[in-house]
Design a protein around this ligand. Structure first.
Ligand code: FES
Length: 93
């Protein structure tokens, strides 16, 4: 997984949401409800594919077609890159 704008990458474990896998790597993405309804985590998928763990994530068909995703309920299908300008990362060094 990665945020090319920031130059950060991490590995996602199977079954983890993109939000959870980012957090496990020390990368904080905006979030609130964590169940796909509030849209606080809404961001663009730049590359890769995701599947949703809920049937009706709070996205319109048009938004999905434009590449918007909800990472709190999206799981990566292979490598993905995201655009999240508001992401932050804990300092490791
Ligand atoms: S945190 Fe609410 S929709 Fe993702």
């Amino acid at each position: 997984m990665g945020l090319p704008e920031q130059g950060w990458t991490w590995t996602s474990e199977a079954g983890d949401s993109l939000l959870a896998s980012a957090e496990a790597a020390g990368v904080t993405l905006p979030s609130s409800c964590r169940n796909g309804t509030c849209r606080a985590c809404l961001c663009r998928l730049l590359s890769g594919q995701v599947r949703y763990r809920i049937e009706w994530p709070g996205l319109s068909a048009e938004e999905k077609a434009e590449g918007w995703i909800l990472p709190c309920v999206a799981e990566a299908l292979g490598d993905c890159t995201l655009a999240v300008p508001a992401a932050s990362r804990a300092a490791f060094d």
